[in-house]
Design a protein around this ligand. Structure first.
Ligand code: AMP
Length: 228
């Protein structure tokens, strides 16, 4: 199963991507997480990316495409993956198509989490992240104990790019550079649109049945005709 999880920053990609990864046993490939890890380790890639990231801007395509090309060729991605946060520009989408052709496979489904701009602004302002396992918390998905990750007990942090100035830039960048990628996919691939405003649990259930792993076990093709 080769999936793209598409949506604006704050649409729930991280939460649902982690869930799909665990439920279906496929790795979640997130350039944002890979870049943050490189920054923590002080690598050249991390240093190159940090200014863009803190301002809420996109890192240049060439860096991201190289990063994804390497990641897709790691053994754990051989039988499937879920891309979370890539592609974010038309050149990235074209590069991914070429990469998949080189690897002799293709993207099965693009899952679009649709959320209004008003909700995105509200969610990103209240978002806290675990620096160890990258789990994301928000008022809709709070940790069991305030300020502490449920998975590993690490103190939660607010990402620099979740500060108000950067949030506004990220939404603008999404509207201008990333939203057109959805039209690209609508022409070339199977896009499933999900109402990302629904409660996290409902979306999980819906995605599980959509992807064929739930108790209902509905195959994706049939589920496509459902209204999310
Ligand atoms: P995310 O965690 O997906 O919100 O990504 C955090 C930041 O990493 C973004 O605001 C960008 O600066 C950078 N980034 C992540 N994915 C991409 C991408 N596909 N293209 C360019 N920059 C990216």
């Amino acid at each position: 199963m080769r999936l793209i999880l598409f949506g604006a920053p704050g649409s729930g990609k991280g939460t649902q991507g982690t869930f799909i990864s665990e439920t279906f046993g496929i790795p979640r490939l997130s350039p944002g997480d890979i870049l943050r890890d490189n920054r923590r380790r002080g690598t050249a890639l991390g240093k190159n990316a940090e200014g863009y990231m803190d301002r809420g801007e996109l890192v240049p395509d060439s860096l991201i495409i190289d990063l994804i090309r390497d990641r897709l060729q790691e053994p754990d991605a051989a039988n499937g993956f879920i891309l979370d946060g890539f592609p974010r520009t038309i050149p990235q989408a074209e590069a991914l198509d070429n990469l998949m052709a080189e690897l002799g496979s293709e993207i099965d489904w693009v899952i679009y989490l649709r959320v209004s701009e008003e909700s995105l602004l509200e969610r990103l302002g209240g978002r806290w992240t675990c620096p160890t396992c990258h789990q994301v918390y928000s008022p809709a998905v709070p940790p069991r104990a305030e300020g502490v990750c449920d998975n590993d007990g690490t103190s939660l942090v607010q990402r620099d790019d979740d500060r108000p100035e950067a949030v506004q830039v990220r939404i603008t960048v999404y509207n201008e550079e990333t939203a057109p990628v959805l039209d690209f996919y609508r022409q070339h691939h199977n896009v499933v649109e999900v109402n990302g405003e629904r409660p996290v649990e409902e979306i999980r259930e819906y995605l599980t049945s959509l992807l064929g792993g739930g108790s209902k076990g509905a195959p994706l093709g049939a589920a496509l005709r459902q209204t999310a």
